[in-house]
Design a protein around this ligand. Structure first.
Ligand SMILES: [Ca+2]
Length: 117
């Protein structure tokens, strides 16, 4: 389970092996909260909490081109004011992970402008 933008833990994988890598639309340098629950038949363990950070990439690089540039700004402009419930919401643009694409995400672009990974 991973904590989503609304603060709820949601299942991101149900696997039979003991290793799992979360690679689903991760924002660089954002600390994600996880819960691991083991299941056997109808029995479930209590959740074990953990966290993880994707250190690869730059916050604000919503096109994942390894450079914060005009394309990221253009991408943000095309999705500006969209919220989580909107079908065109793009998780990679919401770099503040608060469920809305707005000025706070623009600040992440500005703060890392012209930075390359
Ligand atoms: Ca945001």
């Amino acid at each position: 389970m991973r904590k989503d933008r609304s603060g709820s833990f949601v299942e991101i994988a149900n696997i039979s092996n003991t290793n799992f890598t979360d690679s689903n639309n991760l924002i660089p340098n954002y600390t994600y909260r996880y819960q691991v629950i083991t299941v056997k038949g109808t029995l479930e363990s209590t959740p074990v909490n953990g966290q993880g950070v994707d250190t690869r990439g730059i916050k604000g690089d919503n096109t994942r081109s390894d450079r914060v540039d005009g394309r990221d700004l253009d991408n943000l402009a095309r999705h500006y004011t969209l919220a989580l419930a909107d079908p065109n919401f793009d998780a990679l643009i919401d770099t503040t992970y608060d469920g809305i694409i707005d000025g706070s995400d623009l600040i992440d672009i500005g703060a890392n402008w012209a930075t390359t990974y």
